[in-house]
Design a protein around this ligand. Structure first.
Ligand code: GLU
Length: 421
């Protein structure tokens, strides 16, 4: 095994590129197409001046990286976080291309990010920053060009501001420019829960595939934002036992199962999961090493690394976050025979329902929540089957199978379209 420093191991762009190269080699990918798909098509950097509440002016750096438009408009979320970097946004944009291809929806991949700490900014500051960021990108985004969505640190309100700013520039309301909007202004029913719902579907499929029962299936969730909380809630409704939840400020453990709706209620007034009476406090970093059937990292990159992978005691690792496992950790988990449901499959429920939102906006006809969920469930189950079948037929692990399936689809379209000169 190659020895890497922790900094090299946790660079998300390197992590993405290593998996891409490995899968491309296995596919015998044409060298020219390899070069086309390895790097993003377009990288935009903007410096965003914002009038702050105290009268001063702050300048924030923002990115939008469009990795590919081979299979359709670029698609992917916008992240607000102090840790955003160009390499991270590049990796996340590439992952969006592979994710959309794994679930076979007609989008390319993109990602945006602004270096800021949304927890320390007022609503007014966030609104002004979002509107100016959108204005800087106005000619690069659009329903047929690039369709942003929420990611870490952004939400339905952020999408409403982007939609409004874009519409004001266009001088007409254009809802299909972003997804993940509030339902009354062109959002899709079921979008908010979609990533968590998709995770619950692939967990069901994995248990069936491995011949394990839902009853007694212990789950630990790391991260309790949109993805973590909805995954925990939906899995608990299906009969899974949520024994542990880890957040950035503390962890909770209850071997009999945590009452997830009660915890969501507690968090809504306490502002934290800490202090919840229905579970004992646990160390947030130790929790992911507790014995369980399913571990769901649902927060950020680089949670499972060479530093802790050998201590994991889960049977299934279902990646709710993007890039939670490093390549070095992958090798350790393979030796431990952990069944991985890779991020580009496991968390694709969000972008799949974003696709439904974009379709509904362009039709001007909105589906019931049951219709949305039924279509989402069908795509997630099928995609799981496709990935495990590909893994078996090509004798590779699930992650490499997902990459190979995705790269093959994008390479096929790229060749078919040809290189414009
Ligand atoms: N940010 C989400 C992701 O990483 C959703 C992207 C989208 O809906 O476009 O998949």
């Amino acid at each position: 095994m190659q020895t890497l420093t922790l900094e090299q191991e946790t660079n998300p762009w390197e992590a993405q590129a290593a998996r891409f190269d490995f899968a491309a080699r296995k596919l015998n990918l044409d060298e020219g197409i390899w070069k086309v798909l390895r790097y993003p098509a377009r990288e935009i950097i903007v410096h965003i001046p914002v009038g702050m509440d105290d009268g001063s002016i702050e300048v924030f750096t923002g990115y939008r990286v469009q990795h590919s438009i081979a299979r359709g408009p670029a698609k992917g979320g916008i992240r607000y976080s102090p840790d955003v970097s160009l390499d991270e946004v590049r990796a996340l944009a590439s992952w969006m291309t592979w994710k959309c291809a794994v679930v076979n929806i007609p989008f390319g991949g993109a990602k945006g990010g602004v270096i800021c700490d949304p927890k320390k900014m007022s609503q007014g500051e966030l609104e002004r920053m979002t509107r100016r960021y959108t204005a800087e990108l106005v000619e690069f985004i659009g329903p047929e060009k690039d369709v942003p969505a929420p990611d870490m640190g952004t939400n339905e309100q952020t999408m409403a501001w982007i939609m409004d700013t874009y519409s004001m520039h266009l001088r007409q309301t254009c809802t299909a420019v972003v997804t993940g909007k509030p339902v009354n202004i062109g959002g899709s029913r079921g979008r908010r829960e979609a990533t968590g719902r998709g995770i619950s579907v692939v967990c069901d499929e994995a248990l069936k595939y491995l011949g394990m029962p839902v009853e007694g299936c212990r789950v630990i969730v790391q991260g309790f934002g949109n993805v973590g909380s909805n995954s925990a809630k939906l899995l608990a409704e299906k009969g899974y036992t949520i024994i542990g939840i880890a957040e950035y400020d503390g962890g909770l453990f209850n071997s009999n199962g945590i009452d997830v709706p009660a915890l969501i209620e507690h968090r809504s007034h306490a502002g934290t999961i800490v202090g919840f009476a229905g579970a004992e406090a646990a160390d947030k970093d130790d929790l992911i090493t507790y014995p369980c059937e399913i571990l769901i990292p649902a927060a950020t990159e680089n949670v499972v690394t060479s530093r802790n992978a050998d201590r994991l005691r889960c049977k299934i690792l279902c990646e709710g976050a993007n890039g939670p496992t490093t390549t070095v950790a992958d090798e350790i988990l393979a030796d431990k025979r952990v069944f991985i449901i890779p991020d580009i499959l496991a968390n694709a429920g969000g972008v799949t329902t974003s696709y439904f939102e974009w379709v509904q906006d362009r039709m001007g006809y909105f589906w019931t929540e049951a219709e949305v969920n039924q279509r989402l469930d069908a795509i997630m189950s099928q995609s799981f089957q496709d990935v495990v079948a590909y893994a078996t037929s090509h004798a590779v692990n699930n992650r490499i199978a997902a990459y190979m399936l995705a790269i093959d689809r994008v390479a096929y379209t790229t060749k078919q379209r040809g290189i414009y000169a």
